[in-house]
Design a protein around this ligand. Structure first.
Ligand code: NZQ
Ligand code: ZN
Length: 386
């Protein structure tokens, strides 16, 4: 196991009604001018926006709305939010939505306090922001676990790069399963698969030996898989939704990563594919994972075989690689069973040679937990995803 320091300052309010319990407790700590940030309008349609505004106003807050944050948020939107936050002298940001709203706000929170452009600070000079407008997350769609950390992914539409940023760490998060009842089923499945992907990308980190973090990770993976099947039977089941919401937090609150080094290669590939095609994050991961793993398993057959046995209950083959491939087959069959896309065509994303080769050339190739890919091999993987 690697040495570690684990410090976890995000306060989680969990359960139906958590939003209102969180606000009752936290309103006195928010200052007077609150930015209420949201996405394309689902929170207006559900009535949540009006309820939040009433609650904030009743507590004497001035509410400044910042809406229209799109899925896979853009750098331009971040700059719009930062300008608004500065002009309005915002004391606190409440981000209500999913990963896209949270990520945008984490970087808005940092950019609003900076004189320099945060992209050049972080990616040009290798620096990091140190001052933030405090923020909190109200989760209306789960899966990314973005409310649990200070990482954000932002798309620069001019350069076609979806890059990681370091932003604000939320002070608190409300995980309120009732708020997710209006999420369309395909987005629920996308989010659930994103959680499974976070677990797998962590599990296949190093060291490859079995340890506490891997055992916990297997438990979360099995829970997500079981609950995705339950969700197909009964999309309104609140127990299932509650467990998903907790799974999604568990995958990104750092617990499963303790003692491991991860590299999130599938995410790097999906982010770049998303930067060129604007396609859905969790669904893109569903397309890429099995193909990527067929290329990685031969470099770490024991680890993939253990995962195949422990997560997918496959029978051992004659070799570790055979067992590993049975696990990957089980993953691919599960993705199909859940109605998730299995090809870029089903996902609705462009898969021309030109696009795939641009994605292969611009993806960050990580050290690779099993092995480091070349851009030629990545291009091959991407063509297999067609
Ligand atoms: O925009 P609105 O109208 O709100 O609709 C959203 C959006 O269309 C809808 N939605 C949200 N809550 C709803 C609802 N619809 C009905 N009822 C509700 N209660 O759901 C759609 C998807 O929302 P979005 O936030 O885009 O999805 P998700 O949570 O999957 O976030 C995706 C983004 O997060 C990044 C991804 O790259 C992507 O940009 N990620 C962030 C991570 C992090 N910071 O830790 C980790 C992830 O790996 C991921 O990369
Ligand atoms: Zn993800």
């Amino acid at each position: 196991m690697e040495s570690f320091v684990y410090d976890y300052p995000v306060k989680n309010y969990f359960g139906n009604g958590a939003t209102w319990r969180a606000l009752d407790a936290e309103l006195p700590n928010m200052g007077e001018r609150v930015m209420l940030a949201y996405g394309g309008g689902s929170i207006k349609r559900s009535g949540l926006y009006d309820k939040l505004v009433s609650k904030l106003k009743a507590a004497g807050k001035t509410v400044v709305g910042f809406g229209g944050i799109m899925s896979n948020p853009t750098y331009e939107k971040v700059q719009e939010g930062a300008r608004l936050a500065r002009e309005e002298g915002i004391d606190f940001i409440i981000a209500a939505g999913g990963g896209s709203v949270f990520d945008c706000c984490k970087v808005v929170s940092a950019q609003a306090n900076l004189d320099v452009d945060i992209d050049s600070l972080e990616h040009g000079q290798g620096g990091a922001p140190t001052e933030f407008i405090p923020m909190a997350c109200i989760v209306t769609v789960f899966g990314t676990g973005a409310e649990q950390n200070d990482g954000a992914v932002i798309t620069n539409e001019e350069t076609h790069v979806k890059a990681p940023f370091l932003g604000a760490l939320p002070k608190w998060a409300a995980l309120d399963p009732e708020l997710t009842l209006t999420v369309p089923e395909e987005q629920l499945m996308s989010g659930a698969f994103d959680t499974l992907s976070h677990c797998m990308e962590t599990y296949f980190g190093t060291p490859r030996v079995n340890d506490v973090s891997d055992d916990l990770n297997v438990a979360v993976q099995r829970n997500v898989i079981g609950n995705m099947r339950c969700l197909l039977d009964d999309p309104a089941d609140m127990d299932v939704r509650s467990e998903f919401e907790y799974d999604s937090a568990m995958a990104e609150n750092g617990v499963l990563k303790i003692g491991k080094v991860t590299d999130f290669q599938c995410h790097m590939i999906q982010h770049q594919y998303g930067a060129y095609t604007h396609t859905n994050h969790g669904m893109g991961l569903a397309v890429i994972h099995p193909h990527l793993y067929r290329h990685l398993a031969p470099a770490a057959p024991e680890q993939f075989a253990r995962w195949a046995r422990d997560v997918w209950d496959v029978e051992a083959g004659e070799t570790d690689l055979e067992t590993a491939n049975r696990g990957i087959d089980a993953l691919a069959a599960f993705i199909k069973e859940m109605g998730l896309p299995t090809t870029f065509a089903e996902l609705g994303g462009d898969a021309s040679d030109q696009t795939l080769s641009s994605v292969a050339d611009s993806t960050v190739l990580t050290k690779g937990c099993a092995k480091k890919l070349t851009s030629d091999e990545l291009f091959e993987i991407l063509t297999e995803c067609r």
